[in-house]
Design a protein around this ligand. Structure first.
Ligand SMILES: [Zn+2]
Length: 126
């Protein structure tokens, strides 16, 4: 596993998005580590180790919670809220798109527990 230390934040991040202050650095560290854990969870699901994947995701969530950091998109959209497994289209999730006149609705069904996530997106006006 890659270790994301404080030096990697300061060293690799361009100055204009470099987090300022101790809290910001801690939140960025939490974000980076949670993303590493998310990648590991996806790999674990691909190998078929679901319990391990769930453990990775729970660890990532607890890191984010402890740092009081905002959840990255991977955690907001790429995780089953019910069984905490990464939603991988074609493997652990079925993704369907429905549309009507007003909006486009993306439906993600977790194939493990059957939980359905609905993401409504408003259509762009022309
Ligand atoms: Zn699920």
């Amino acid at each position: 596993m890659v270790e994301a230390g404080i030096n990697s934040v300061v060293g690799n991040t361009p100055r204009w998005i470099m987090p300022r202050g101790r809290t910001a650095v801690l939140k960025d560290l939490a974000r980076q580590r949670s993303l590493i854990l998310y990648r590991e969870a996806v790999e674990a699901v691909r190998r078929g180790e679901k319990d391990l994947a769930r453990r990775y995701v729970e660890l990532g969530l607890s890191i984010l919670r402890r740092a009081d950091a905002k959840k990255p998109m991977e955690y907001r959209r790429g995780i089953c809220p019910n069984c905490k497994l990464p939603l991988i289209p074609g493997l652990t999730a079925r993704v369907r798109i429905r549309r009507n006149r007003k909006e486009v609705i993306i439906t993600k069904t977790c194939l493990i527990c059957g939980y359905v996530v609905r993401i409504p997106c408003r259509r762009k006006r022309k």
